[in-house]
Design a protein around this ligand. Structure first.
Ligand SMILES: *Cc1c(COP(=O)(O)O)cnc(C)c1O
Length: 429
């Protein structure tokens, strides 16, 4: 696609129909693909020719949608995965193996925190967590000779911290490793991390990209900016021959822009098989077509709800980077000038009991373990996802007992505020 504005790419990116071809992305619901000779097929297996042979590795529908996400992020290559969890695991495991080390922001999605700190630890990959607000010196101090990647989230779920991407990229590059950014909450509509030096971007497409709570999915995009060959000894998987592909060296054969995603597809998708189904990719693409329109409304509703809550006497505090007094307001002005997302968190003055009572009174906002879709939903981590923790542990985890996380959907903001107002009316503080 030519260099269109992001709105045009949301609608038309990734796929251009042939003359007489289907206007909408075709769902190629086929596990396999037919070839006239074994020789032709062999070339595909050897990565000597381009084409499809088995949908566990690649499927045309998934590639069209991955291509749209690639265009939106401004990258050189992209792939879809079965979930956001798979995307983050693949992005890290593609360049880290047993004996390696990761530096990660401590303010990340709970599932990713578990993945890195528990499951990847079992694979012999260690992690050092740093505060998203750390200084350059503190970040530098977290590195070891075996560090292979730095990881963080543009806007963290659920803490809503905003990462100084440029600083994290600068320090990562000074140590010869890439910065991987999970851009799920911001989406490329509100932040394009490659512009600030990130090297790899991941997504849980389950959230705003799908946007309708309809299908689980993930994506990985490569900026093509990281020079693997310049750090040859750190990334042998990309810079030395792969015996499982007849001695191909990915960084040589597919270049700086193609090596990461080709290796991730050829090895990790082949061996772990966390593919997205063509049907899900089609649904994801319907979400992408309106992403720019929906994000603007999610942000408008989030801002209005945050402002209302901040002015309410029963509310102790509100976390939303769009509020002038917020801790992340200044950093958000730089990275998120057009808005952040629809997720707001806040504390009720009456503590845990008041939070529970408040949520019971809400009529529009449903109690759900989900965020970032068209319907407003809310969650009190202390009584649900984090209920095994003591009050002290909850504070340490950044989700104090009274905290409510509300994901503002696409409903009327007047209705959302009226619903919150009547629920607050009903609780005693
Ligand atoms: C939800 C989420 C994930 C995990 O995505 P799934 O699609 O649920 O596997 C990863 N990162 C962030 C920031 C998320 O919000």
């Amino acid at each position: 696609m030519p260099d269109y504005n992001l709105e045009t790419t949301c609608v038309q990116g990734g796929y251009t129909p042939d003359n007489g071809g289907p206007r909408q992305i075709p769902i190629i619901q086929s596990t396999t693909f037919k070839y006239a000779t074994s020789e032709a097929m062999g070339k595909l297996f050897d990565l000597e020719a381009e084409g499809y042979f088995y949908s566990r590795l690649q499927n045309p529908t998934c590639d069209m949608v991955a291509n749209k996400i690639r265009e939106l992020e401004g990258g050189t290559a992209a792939m879809l995965t079965s979930s956001g969890q798979a995307a983050n695991f693949f992005a890290l495991f593609n360049i880290c193996s047993c004996g390696d080390h990761i530096v990660s922001s401590s303010s990340i999605y709970g599932g990713t925190f578990n993945l890195i700190s528990v499951t990847m630890a079992k694979m012999g990959i260690e992690v050092t967590f740093v505060s998203p607000d750390c200084t350059e010196e503190e970040l530098n101090a977290a590195f070891r000779p075996n560090t292979k990647a730095v990881f963080g989230e543009t806007i963290a779920n659920p803490a809503l911290t905003v990462l100084d991407i440029e600083l994290f990229a600068k320090v990562a590059h000074a140590h010869g490793v890439p910065l991987i950014i999970d851009n799920t909450f911001a989406t490329p509509v509100n932040c394009r991390p490659f512009q600030w030096g990130a090297d790899i971007v991941t997504h849980s497409t389950t959230k705003y990209m799908d946007g309708h709570g309809a299908c689980i999915g993930g994506a990985i995009v490569d900026s093509g900016n990281f020079d693997w060959m310049a750090h040859k000894e750190k990334f042998p998987g990309l810079t030395t021959p792969d015996d499982s592909y007849h001695g191909i060296t990915y960084a040589e054969k597919f270049g700086q822009g193609g090596a990461f995603i080709t290796k991730c597809t050829a090895q990790l998708m082949r061996d772990f098989g966390c593919t997205q189904s063509p049907q899900s990719a089609f649904i994801l693409n319907l979400g992408l077509e309106s992403l720019h329109v929906r994000m603007a409304r999610h942000c408008e509703n989030g801002q209005a709800v945050a402002e209302f809550l901040q002015s309410h006497p029963k509310i102790a505090y509100v976390n939303y980077c769009g509020l002038p007094g917020d801790k992340y307001h200044e950093v958000a002005k730089k990275y998120l000038p057009n808005g952040s997302c629809g997720v707001v968190s806040f504390g009720l003055k009456g503590g845990r009991k008041a939070a529970e009572a408040f949520m019971k009174e809400l009529k529009i906002a449903a109690i759900e373990t989900h965020v970032a879709d068209a319907r407003t939903c809310c969650l009190n981590p202390a009584t649900s996802t984090h209920r095994q923790m003591t009050d002290e542990q909850l504070i340490a985890a950044g989700v104090p007992a009274e905290l409510v996380r509300m994901s503002c959907g696409l409903e009327s903001k007047e209705d959302l505020i009226a619903d919150i107002a009547q629920a607050l009316e009903a609780v005693e503080v």
